[in-house]
Each structure stands twice: as structure tokens, then as C-alpha cells.
Design a protein around this ligand. Structure first.
Ligand code: C2E
Ligand code: CA
Ligand code: CA
Length: 821
């Protein structure tokens, strides 16, 4: 333990009153070759100080000293350390004192005048003390270890290399039910269970034989026969030669955990196997889990890990999350929430789910997480929808049946009530169906009905209701009518729809209807009343010979009959060249010369003669024919004006009236441009007349149309000025050129002071805004004088000329205001 004396420096503490004696001892040791560092003390306190200040190898102590005594010194040293060697070096020490000294813990004693033994004694004392210390430490350690082994919850047993148990700890006894006494000397095989796969033991032994530590979980059997899972660590102990002498096994009963794991695996397998959608979210609705069915149903099988790490990236997860989120509040409130919901999968298919969302609470009653279990009920829903459709639709034509009609009509009645709008119920009965059916057979009759319903649907506005009421009876509900008269347009449309025959099985069948009409709210405000009255009107029409229509209210019939006739005739008027233009000149008040004309439309009716525009323009408007006719007017007016010019007059302006519909169409400017280009008419000679109402109908479209016309170089006039709502200042915002003061202001001039004032002010303001002013309906010279005095630029009226046919246009140009003065 000690190194060679030369290399070792000894630290010696001397308890000695006599300095010479001390020196003698040191000297003696030094003559033995010792290198020494030493200190001499002779009192209790100096001893204590020296002990505490330094780590001494040995204490050499005199036995009897004047200031101190050897026995007390030993006590002090022992109190300080059990391991510090202590040797008495004393003058005389009797046999008895020597024995006492050894008993009290001194290692040895030397007589001062026989120092021969001193060096070996110190060496032996030091070695002995070191060994003792080692021993004490290791026994302390052993005690601690065995305490730990005794107290640990892990079961421990130790076998020798033959596999006989040498030691088991209390935890082992507890875990297995075997007492130490009963199992010591036996093989741990007593614990083996047949339920354990033998492979595990093969693995265990091969690991141990390689001197490696085995770790694994084994199924073992307790003394009671009960099985348990033991998580084991077995370590081979090896001696100095590398031979295995023992095995130490530590184990832990993990049956609970294994069972829980198995349970979880089973539950997971069930969740993954069920055809229901199962989703779990945290308390904020963030999706944590979506089972396989959920992924498949929502069209998202890319999702691998059942528990999610990040934000939902896929469609399916997002959908599942939204689904839970939407139910969260209700589930949170009631704990459990059931509903049916609809969602769209990745392919856009609609899926219906019947769902139960549950809020799972923790011990404190807080929601810990939500689960949602959903069943795909799309098929059932589809089936229900089919049933519903079958119940509400006619099988043959696919149209609504009377059940659905009644329901929809009820809804429309409510809507019409709220909006104060009108609607018409048309009850149609096919005139010749019975004959067709009898002569051609049911199957062709069915086909005819199908064709008829398809054609009706095509000709009607999509928001109108159309139903098959029975056999050959149909019902149409025309909603949002501006006026009851508007129904005429619908009737006319239907008539035209069946002007062409219906083709069934290569036969042409001409179809006509007898129709009864009731109007909401005039003829009834309930579903029953409206249908009943339309039906009875239809019977009246049948009685009158069929192939016609009848209104329920008698006063409607005459006027509507006439309108309907007119309207259907109007459809042919354009093709049959029945429209003509008349022209009325406009003259300059300063020179008196005609500088322009206004084109005015007339209908040359074969039996009624010349029909004035007020009688047919509203019908053209209502049917939309005005757009086509208006274009014809424009082209014809330009052509007539060109023709006249060629005959040799100075350039003349022509004014063409526009209808609201034309002006609102948006592409007016390009249509006009096309016409001008087609016939090569100079744009600056064309003036278009619009009214204030048309202008303010849709300000954005008006503005863009007016700017487009200005771009083309066309003039625009405000017609009938004064009858609308526009202030002049307002008109300033649009590019306009002419203001036509309405006839109603001119007729009472100059005597009516207020009209005179209005006309005067209008002319003044119009000029300020750079507008030319035309006075309409000038019939008398007094009117002309007044207007001329106020600076009105032009006049138009019977005073100069009534509107005349185009043949007289040339003649009209020669007129001069001054000739009449
Ligand atoms: P308007 O644009 O105000 O046309 C002037 C109307 O006043 C014309 O009636 C004309 O015959 C009448 N008139 C002219 N001078 C006098 C007069 O001194 N005394 C009286 N009492 N009447 C006079 P008309 O031709 O019956 O036209 C009526 C309305 O029909 C026009 O009013 C215009 O709004 C519309 N209209 C005529 N042609 C067309 C057309 O081609 N397209 C469009 N959209 N509307 C047109
Ligand atoms: Ca006009
Ligand atoms: Ca006018």
C-alpha cells in the first residue's frame, strides 16, 4: 500500500513535551531513509488544531506529559478519526497500561530507548488502519446495498452458474408468492409458464452466454398459479477469469400495463375496422385522430399516422375538423349531441352523416376531448330523396305533381303577399289528347305528353312553376307579373311554342290547349281558390269551343283578347313590312329653315289602318320586340335621310327615338355603330332621343352608353324634358347635346305665366350648359314668337308640319318658318 520509503513523505504528528525526545525519534526514522514532515504538539488544544489542519499519516504520542496525558490524547484522535494510526512512544509503560492503550485503540507502543521497532511498527499500524478503513467502508456499502435490495420494489434473485437460486429479495417473495426459504436452491424454472413462447428462452440464454445483459418481458406463473407479465433484466456476473459465476435477475410485474396495452390495441383495431367514422379532437376541436373509415369516406387515405402532429393538411382532416368544430358548442353544453350533417368529400360528392358528438370530461368536469362517431347515411338519404321525389313528381314527365304544385304555389302566394306582386295561374287542357290516345295508343300518348312537357318547360321562364295536374292537364304559375296584362305575353309564348307540331314516333301531331287563367290576388288568394277559378275559366273556354283562353274575371277577357291578338300580329308586322316611318321637321328659329327631322313609327295594319305608336309601342316593349323594331327604325331613318340628301339638299339631321329597353341593353353604341358603318351614314347627322327616366334607370350603364355614343360622334337629346325628375344641373354630368321641352309646357304659352317662366328659365340654363333647345308641339305663331324671343334654338310642331310619310320628306325640307309669320 505504501510506496518505497524514499518516494514517500511521511506526515507525522508528535505528541511530546520534550523537544529532544521528539527530534531523537525523527532522527532515528530519518536514518532509516524516511522523508518526514512533522509537527510537535503538547496540549489538548494544539492537538485538536493540528488534527483539523492536516491529514496526518500517523500520530506518535508520549504517554505521560506534564500538560497532557496519553489516554486523553488517544481519545481526542479517535474522536477525530477512527482510521488515523496511533502509536505510543513512551519512556516507561507498564504491561497494564500497554494493554489498556491497545484496548483504547492505539495500534502499538514503543519504548523510547528501544526505537529499533519504531519504523516497522508505524508501517504495520498504517497498513492495518488502511485495511480496516477499507473493510469498514465496504461493509457499510454492503449494508446499504442489501438494504436497497431488500427494500426495492423490483423483484431480485441471484442464481449460481448452475441456475440454482441463492438469494431472493422480499419483493420477489411478494411478487411470486414463493418465500426465500422455499425457493432457495431451486431453479427459477418453477416460475415458467407454458403460455410463454419458448423462443423467448432461447433468446435469453443465447444473450447471457455471450456475457450480455438480457432484457425482455416474460409471462411467468406465481406460486398461486396466476400468470403475470414480468419485465426482466438478467445480468451475468463474471469472475476474474471471465467465468460466469452468478446471474442477477431483476424484474417487475407489468401485467397491468401489458393488459392496458392489449386493451388499447384491441380498441384501436376496432376503431380502425368499424365502418363508422370516428374522430377525436382536443377541447379546441383540433383533430387528433381520424379512423380509417373516416379517411376513406372523406376521400383521404394518404393520412398515415393516427395521431396528428401538425395542422390538418388534407381535405379529409379539414372536413373532419370542421365537422367537430360545428358541433362543439352543443356537445360542450349538453355533453352529447346528435345530428345529421352533410359534407363534401375530396371528389365533391355530398355525403350525409348521422353523428353523435360527445364531450368527454375530466375529473374537474372540464372537457378534455371530443369524440365524434358518424355513420354514412347517404344511401338512406338518397332513397328518401327518391321517395320524396316520387311522391311530389309525375313519373311520366318528371314535372311537379299536384302535391308539390300546391306546396310551391302556397310559397309563392306568401312571397307575392310580402312583395305586393301579382301572379297568374294557368290551367291548361290539351284539346285533342283523347283522340290521339285513342287512335295511336297509350304508349304514343305518353310520349306525346312527355314531349309537350319538355317543350313547355323550354318556353317558360325558369322561375315559373310548371306541373302536370292530371291526364292531359297542366298548370303553369307565372310569378312576378308587373301587371295582369303581362300574362298575355305568356299566353302568346305558349301559343307560339306549339305552332310547330310535336313529333312522336315519326308522326307530327299538332297540339293546342284550352286555358283558364286566374290572377292573384284579384281572383283569389288561396291555393284552392286560384286553382278552382282557373279550372272553371278553362271550362268556360272549352264550352266556347276550346283552342282559346278565358280569364276568370269577365272584364279581363275583352281587353286581353284584343291585346293578345294585337300582340301576336305584332310578331309578324316586321316580317310583313307593316311598319313605316313618318317624319316631322324641326326648324331653326333664327333662319326659319328646316335643319332636321324626327322619325316617328307607325304600324300599317291590314284591317285597322295606320296604328299610332301609343297603341303598340308598350306591347313591343313588353314582349321585347322593341329591340328588333327599334333597330329597324334606326336603319330606315338613316336610309331615308341619305336618299333625300342624294336628291340634292344640304345635310339634314335625323332624330330617332329610343325605348328604355334598347337603351338599357348595354351594347347600344356598338349596334348603332354597326348600322352607321353598314350604310355609311355620317354620325354627326344622327341624334338619338332618350327620356330622363331612361337616363336615371341605371346611372352606370347610362353613363357608359352615353360616353360610347359621344365617342362615335352621335348627338343625344333629352326628350319630353320637364315631365321627369331631373334637374338641369344633374343632366350636366352626362354628355348631352339637345334638350326637347315637352309639349305640355308649350301648349299654354305665352299666356300661362308659370309655364312661360319655366320655359324661359329652362332655355337660359340649357344654354349655360351648352345644350341646344328644341320646343315640341308648337302649334301657334304666338308660341313661336315667345320661344324665338326667349332664344329657343329650334321648334317642332303642327304649326310647321304634322309628321308626314317619307314620300313627302323632300317637300318638307323646303318649308320655312318665316313663310307662316
Ligand atoms: P315623342 O317622341 O314625344 O314624339 C312626338 C309626338 O308628338 C309624336 O306623336 C308627334 O306626332 C306629336 N306631335 C308633334 N307635334 C305636335 C303638335 O304640334 N301637337 C300635338 N298634339 N302633337 C304633336 P306620335 O307620333 O304619336 O308618337 C308618340 C310617341 O311614340 C313618341 O313621342 C315617342 O315617344 C313614341 N315613338 C314614336 N316613334 C318611335 C320609335 O321609332 N321608337 C320609339 N321607341 N318610340 C317612338
Ligand atoms: Ca321624340
Ligand atoms: Ca317628345
Amino acid at each position: 500500500m505504501l510506496q518505497s520509503h524514499a518516494a514517500h513523505q511521511w506526515h507525522i504528528l508528535m505528541l511530546e513535551d520534550n523537544e529532544d525526545d521528539a527530534l531523537l525519534v525523527i532522527h532515528h526514522l530519518e536514518t532509516q531513509g524516511w522523508s518526514i514532515k512533522w509537527q510537535r504538539v503538547e496540549t489538548q488544544s494544539s492537538l485538536e488544531q493540528a488534527l483539523s489542519e492536516f491529514n496526518w499519516d500517523v500520530v506518535l504520542s508520549d504517554y505521560s506529559m506534564p500538560l497532557f496525558d496519553g489516554a486523553a490524547a488517544l481519545k481526542t484522535v479517535r474522536k477525530h478519526s477512527e482510521d488515523l494510526p496511533f502509536v505510543y512512544v513512551s519512556g516507561t509503560l507498564g504491561e497494564k497500561a500497554a494493554v489498556e492503550a491497545i484496548k483504547a485503540g492505539a495500534q502499538d507502543y514503543i519504548v523510547k530507548n528501544d526505537l529499533q521497532r519504531l519504523a516497522p511498527v508505524i508501517q504495520r499500524a498504517v497498513a492495518e488502519r488502511a485495511a480496516q478503513k477499507q473493510h469498514r467502508l465496504s461493509s457499510e456499502l454492503l449494508r446499504k446495498l442489501s438494504q436497497a435490495v431488500d427494500q426495492t420494489e423490483d423483484s431480485i434473485f441471484i442464481t449460481n452458474s448452475d441456475g440454482r437460486i441463492e438469494y431472493v429479495n422480499p419483493a420477489f417473495e411478494q411478487m411470486t408468492g414463493y418465500s426465500a426459504a422455499s425457493i432457495t436452491g431451486l431453479s427459477p424454472d418453477v416460475l415458467k409458464a407454458t403460455e410463454q413462447e419458448p423462443d423467448a428462452y432461447t433468446d435469453l440464454w443465447s444473450t447471457l452466454k455471450q456475457h450480455r445483459t438480457y432484457r425482455g418481458t416474460l409471462i411467468n406463473r406465481k406460486r398461486s398459479g396466476e400468470l403475470f407479465y414480468e419485465e426482466k433484466v438478467i445480468t451475468p456476473l463474471v469472475d476474474a477469469d471471465g467465468k460466469i459465476t452468478h446471474f442477477v435477475s431483476t424484474g417487475r410485474d407489468v401485467s397491468e400495463r401489458v393488459k392496458a396495452d392489449e386493451e388499447r390495441t384491441r380498441l384501436n383495431a376496432i376503431l380502425e375496422a368499424t365502418t363508422d367514422v370516428v374522430a377525436i379532437s382536443d377541447r379546441d376541436g383540433k383533430l387528433l385522430y381520424l379512423n380509417r373509415s373516416g379517411q376513406e369516406l372523406l376521400g383521404d387515405v394518404s393520412y398515415q399516422t393516427p395521431y396528428r402532429q401538425q395542422a390538418p393538411t388534407s381535405h379529409g382532416m379539414r372536413i373532419a375538423e370542421e365537422l367537430i368544430l360545428s358541433a362543439l358548442k352543443q356537445a360542450e353544453k349538453h355533453g352529447i349531441f346528435e345530428r345529421e350533417s352533410m359534407l363534401t368529400d375530396a371528389k365533391g360528392n355530398e355525403i350525409y352523416l348521422s353523428e353523435v358528438v360527445i364531450a368527454h370530461r375530466d375529473k374537474t368536469g372540464q372537457t378534455a376531448y371530443f369524440s365524434s362517431i358518424g355513420r354514412n347515411i347517404s344511401e338512406r338519404k338518397q332513397f328518401e330523396a327518391e321517395l320524396q321525389h316520387q311522391a311530389t313528381h309525375d313519373e311520366l314527365t318528371g314535372l311537379a305533381n299536384r302535391v308539390l304544385l300546391a306546396e310551391q304555389l302556397q310559397t309563392e302566394i306568401q312571397r307575392a303577399q310580402e312583395h305586393g306582386s301579382k301572379m297568374a295561374v294557368l290551367f291548361l287542357d290539351m284539346d285533342n289528347f283523347k283522340r290521339v290516345n285513342d287512335s295511336l295508343g297509350h304508349s304514343l300518348g305518353d310520349q306525346l305528353l312527355q314531349q309537350v312537357s319538355v317543350r313547355m318547360a323550354r318556353y317558360l321562364r325558369p322561375n315559373y312553376l310548371l306541373a302536370r295536374y292530371g291526364g292531359d292537364e297542366f298548370v303553369i304559375v307565372a310569378i312576378d307579373l308587373t301587371a295582369p296584362q303581362a300574362i298575355v305575353g305568356v299566353l302568346d309564348k305558349l301559343k307560339r311554342a306549339f305552332e310547330q307540331p310535336v313529333r312522336v314516333n315519326q308522326r307530327d301531331i299538332f297540339v293546342s290547349f284550352t286555358t283558364g287563367v286566374s290572377i292573384y290576388p284579384d281572383d283569389g288568394s288561396s291555393v284552392e281558390a286560384l286553382l278552382r277559378n282557373a279550372d272553371s275559366a278553362m271550362y268556360q273556354a272549352k264550352a266556347a269551343g276550346g283552342r282559346s283562353f278565358q280569364f276568370y274575371a269577365p272584364e279581363m277577357n275583352e281587353r286581353q283578347q284584343e291585346l293578345l291578338v294585337l300582340e301576336s300580329e305584332l310578331h309578324w308586322a316586321l316580317e310583313r313590312n307593316q311598319f313605316v316611318l313618318h317624319y316631322q321637321p324641326q326648324a331653326d328659329t333664327r333662319t326659319g329653315k328646316v335643319i332636321g327631322t324626327e322619325a316617328l313609327l307607325r304600324w300599317n295594319h291590314p284591317t285597322r289602318g295606320l296604328v299610332q305608336p301609343d297603341n303598340f309601342i308598350p306591347l313591343l316593349e313588353e314582349t321585347g320586340l322593341i329591340v328588333k323594331v327599334g333597330l329597324w327604325v334606326l336603319r330606315q331613318a338613316c336610309l331615308d335621310t341619305m336618299a333625300m340628301q342624294v336628291i340634292g339638299q344640304h345635310p339634314v339631321r335625323v332624330s330617332v327615338n329610343l325605348s328604355a329597353r334598347q337603351f338599357a341593353e348595354g351594347d347600344l353604341a356598338s349596334k348603332v355603330a354597326d348600322v352607321l358603318k353598314e350604310i355609311g351614314f355620317p354620325p354627326e347627322q344622327l341624334e338619338l332621343e332618350i327620356t330622363e327616366q331612361m337616363l336615371i334607370q341605371d346611372l352606370d350603364t347610362s353613363a357608359s352608353t352615353l360616353y360610347a355614343l359621344q365617342q362615335l360622334g352621335i348627338r343625344v337629346a333629352i326628350d319630353d324634358y320637364g315631365t321627369g325628375y331631373c334637374s338641369l344641373a344633374y343632366l350636366k354630368r352626362f354628355p348631352l347635346h339637345t334638350l326637347k321641352i315637352d309639349r305640355s309646357f308649350v301648349s299654354a304659352l305665352p299666356d300661362n305665366a308659370s309655364d312661360a317662366a319655366i320655359v324661359e328659365a329652362t332655355i337660359l340654363l340649357a344654354h349655360k350648359l351648352g345644350l341646344q333647345v328644341v320646343a315640341e308641339g308648337v302649334e301657334q305663331s304666338a308660341q313661336l314668337h315667345f320661344l324665338r324671343d326667349q332664344g329657343c334654338d329650334m321648334v317642332q310642331g303642327y304649326y310647321l308640319s304634322k309628321p308626314r310619310p317619307v314620300a313627302e320628306l323632300q317637300q318638307m325640307m323646303e318649308l320655312n318658318l318665316n313663310d307662316y309669320l
